[in-house]
Ligand binder design. Structure first.
Ligand code: HEC
Length: 109
């Protein structure tokens, strides 16, 4: 009987860890996203440097922060693609799959 709290704590921990992993899971194929990026984003964004074009260079996103200082999560990028911001237009004509792929790609930069 004395072991029960420990088992409970271990189960709770395992459950919380599975939640954390689920929250970080990135959907989409970065390789396919690279093509979407070349066709739709590269005119305004460098992928391999921080140097700005029309928009900020995106190298370094994989370290966890977007150029604005917002957390680099897939949700954050998908929201940006849906809503646009300042000089960046929304990308309503990209499919769900293309948006997942291109945001997965940006997270690797
Ligand atoms: C017409 C130019 C233009 C195009 C095309 C464009 N962007 Fe942007 N993007 C911008 C500008 C400008 C900003 C900076 C917006 C701001 O925060 O003021 C930006 C910001 C961003 C950021 C950083 C957001 C942050 O919080 O720092 C990401 C990521 C991004 N764009 C991804 C993309 C992706 C992916 C595509 C292609 C699907 C794309 N952009 C296409 C102009 C563009």
């Amino acid at each position: 009987m004395k072991k029960l709290p420990i088992v409970g704590a271990a189960l709770t921990l395992a459950f919380l860890m599975s939640l954390a992993i689920a929250a970080e899971k990135v959907v989409g194929d970065p390789k396919a996203g690279e093509k979407v990026f070349a066709a739709n984003c590269a005119e305004c964004h460098n992928a391999n440097s921080k140097e700005a074009k029309e928009g900020p260079g995106l190298k370094g996103v994989k370290d966890g922060t977007l150029p604005s200082g917002d957390p680099a999560t897939q949700d954050e990028i998908l929201k940006l693609l849906d809503e646009g911001r300042e000089e960046m237009p929304p990308f309503a004509d990209l499919s769900e799959e293309q948006k997942n792929n291109v945001s997965a790609y940006v997270l690797t930069l």
